[in-house]
Structure formats: structure tokens, C-alpha cells
Design a protein. Structure first.
Length: 201
């Protein structure tokens, strides 16, 4: 049961992060000043991103548990919302920091907004996007453990039960397994970042 709960925790973090990253990209484009020229729309999107980021994970988890019931689905939805709040902001900043010259050159030859985004802005911001995504996955794995305590499934629920039943030996084993999971994800993330930096040089 514990090994299965660890797997559920990782799946919850991975799926939630991937969905959150995909949904963050259009929001980040609308929040970036060099893409969205409509000031009111840009501020509205940035306010939405700030709201998603401001509400704590546990509050979102309690909301989704009350809405869809106990289990990993509520945890996954919480990770999705948290990832959007985290990634959309940093994605927008990475896009705004891209050298404007290639996009301006494309614009001068008649390229549309989508062409400039696909050919110049997103490729230019890609290292920052990938880096933020990897950090988001690390954050999601740590968060998903805590979310289980409030009924969102995964290893956190097993840890809470062990502590309530005073099974401290089992709780210690679960803590070690959580450490191993978080450590493995962080090591893989660090290797991926190092490889990305070598490729970008």
C-alpha cells in the first residue's frame, strides 16, 4: 500500500504539473507586455495569475476535496492550479526578456502575431520555460505529500493515518520513502537543467 501511495503521489504531481504548464503558456503570453498590447487585458490576466498564486495549496486542496470528493483527483486539480500560478508568472517574465530584434524583423516582413510567437518569442524563452517547469515539478512533488494529509490522496494520507494510529515505525518508513522520492526528482531535475545549460551555450 505504501509503495502504491508513493506512485500515486508522483503521478498526481507529474500529471498536475504537465496540465498546469500547458495551461500556463497562453496565460503567460497574454500577461507578457511584448505580446499583449491591450493593457487592460494584460492587467486582468496578471491579476488572475496573482490570485491563483496567493491562495495557499491547502486552501485549494480543501476546496477541491469539497467539490469533487476525497482522492488523487482533488490533489491533481490543486497541483494544476498551483502550477498555473507559479509557471504563468515566470513564463511571462521569460518571454518579456527575449531579444526583441528577431520578432521585429519578422514583423517588418509581414509576419503575424502567432508567427512571431512561434518562431521568435517561444524559442528565445525556451531555456527559461524549461527551467521554470522543472522547478515546478519539484515543488509539486513536495506539495503533493502535504495535500494527502487533507484528503487529496497519495502518501500524505498514509502518513497521516500512521501518525494517528501511533504507528511510528511505519511513519518513519513513509518519511524515508518520501525523502527518496523528492531526492530522486530533484536529482533528475538538476541533471536536466545542467544538460539544458550545456546545449544552450
Amino acid at each position: 500500500p505504501v509503495a502504491n501511495a508513493i506512485l500515486v503521489t508522483f503521478q498526481m504531481a507529474l500529471v498536475g504539473t504537465l496540465i498546469g504548464i500547458v495551461l500556463s503558456i497562453p496565460l503567460a503570453l497574454l500577461a507578457a507586455a511584448n505580446v499583449c498590447r491591450n493593457r487592460w487585458l494584460r492587467h486582468a490576466v496578471r491579476s488572475l495569475i496573482s490570485f491563483l498564486r496567493t491562495v495557499p495549496d491547502l486552501a485549494w486542496a480543501l476546496f477541491f476535496v469539497a467539490s469533487v470528493g476525497l482522492g488523487p483527483f482533488a490533489g491533481t486539480l490543486t497541483i494544476v492550479v498551483d502550477t498555473i500560478g507559479f509557471c504563468a508568472r515566470f513564463f511571462a517574465e521569460s518571454i518579456e526578456e527575449v531579444d526583441p530584434a528577431p520578432a521585429e524583423a519578422l514583423s517588418s516582413i509581414g509576419a503575424g502575431v502567432l508567427d512571431r510567437i512561434a518562431v521568435a518569442l517561444v524559442p528565445g524563452a525556451l531555456p527559461g520555460l524549461v527551467n521554470t517547469s522543472l522547478f515546478s515539478l519539484e515543488k509539486a512533488v513536495r506539495s503533493s505529500v502535504v495535500l494527502g494529509v487533507v484528503g487529496a490522496g497519495g502518501i500524505g494520507a498514509e502518513l497521516a493515518i500512521s501518525m494517528e494510529m501511533f504507528r511510528y515505525d511505519e511513519a518513519a518508513t513513509i518519511v524515508l520513502m518520501i525523502f527518496a522520492l523528492v531526492f530522486a526528482v530533484e536529482q533528475c531535475s538538476s541533471l536536466a537543467r545542467d544538460r539544458l545549460m550545456r546545449l544552450s551555450q
